[in-house]
Design a binder for this molecule. Structure first.
Ligand code: CO
Length: 281
């Protein structure tokens, strides 16, 4: 029987060690020379360490304009506070989907002196029409992220739908999918993404086979796989494995970015600098 071929691996990428904020050590997976961007995704950082010296300085006040930041905590606690009076603590298993829109200034600071801090921050672009929208938060604790059991695979649905279970995040501009998949050895998770959506997986524990037959490829721990377009994504645990599967509709618009400002033109970028300096965020 012929079925639609599964999505394969276009590229396997390893992250680049770097630091950001006041000296937080992290691994940059998207937004580095090997993978400059993956429209609509601008950046993906993994932070993961048991050493407080690697994270304790945190991310003091800094601005954002023109895109969204998505923080998914696996371990540890991070306090978030912005200049519009929004404040909260991200706990393990929680998600903060922040639409910076026309601008916020915020800090993201560890709420622990020791122990493990682990998670991801993804930057997703906004289309030109939404770049100057009012800032907005979609924040969900671990109990609010639905989980689907499919045999020996367990899927947390942050955004998108799995077996009729829909994640809490809503973003019509890019229609994102964000799944956290846990696989037992040899267990399989198959998921159909909208055709044309850019997609990647990142294995953060264990190893996973992506696709099947001649085009199958193995992604090992700490490898990001950019997926080809096409049919369903098929993931098979090569060991016990944990992997995020993320997808979204490309915007195909010009990108003018500098640090925490992501606009369409150089003029808009200059305006962002000026507005920030004049305290208009
Ligand atoms: Co930030």
């Amino acid at each position: 029987m012929n079925t639609l071929a599964t999505r394969g691996v276009a590229r396997l990428v390893r992250g680049m060690p770097t630091s950001d904020g006041a000296g937080v050590k992290l691994t940059r997976l998207i937004g580095q020379p090997q993978l400059a961007d993956l429209d609509p995704f601008l950046m993906l950082d993994e932070f993961g360490t048991d050493n407080p010296g690697d994270y304790i300085a945190g991310f003091p006040d800094h601005p954002h304009r023109g895109f969204e930041t998505v923080t998914y905590m696996l371990d540890g606690r991070m306090r978030h506070r912005d200049n519009h009076g929004h404040e909260g603590v991200l706990v393990p298993g929680s998600v903060q989907w922040m639409t910076a829109g026309r601008g916020i200034v915020h800090s993201e600071m560890p709420q622990q002196q020791e122990g493990r801090m682990r998670g991801f921050q993804l930057w997703i672009n906004l289309p030109a029409r939404d770049k100057m929208t009012a800032p907005r938060y979609q924040e969900f604790g671990p109990q609010q992220i639905p989980q689907v059991e499919l045999g020996a695979a367990r899927v947390k649905v942050i955004a998108g739908s799995v077996e009729g279970v829909t994640g809490p995040i809503v973003q019509p501009a890019t229609e994102p999918t964000y799944l956290d998949v846990e696989l037992a050895p040899a267990s399989v998770f198959t998921h159909t993404l909208p055709a044309g959506h850019a997609a990647f997986t990142y294995v953060y524990e264990g190893a996973v086979q992506i696709g099947e037959g001649d085009s199958a490829a193995t992604a090992n721990s700490h490898q990001l796989a950019v997926l080809t377009d096409g049919g369903p994504v098929r993931l098979e645990g090569r060991s016990r494995a944990r992997v995020i599967l993320v997808a979204g509709r490309p915007l195909r618009e010009p990108v003018a970015k500098y640090g925490p400002f992501v606009m369409n033109t150089r003029e808009e970028l200059m305006q962002a600098f000026e507005d920030f300096q004049q305290g208009r965020f």
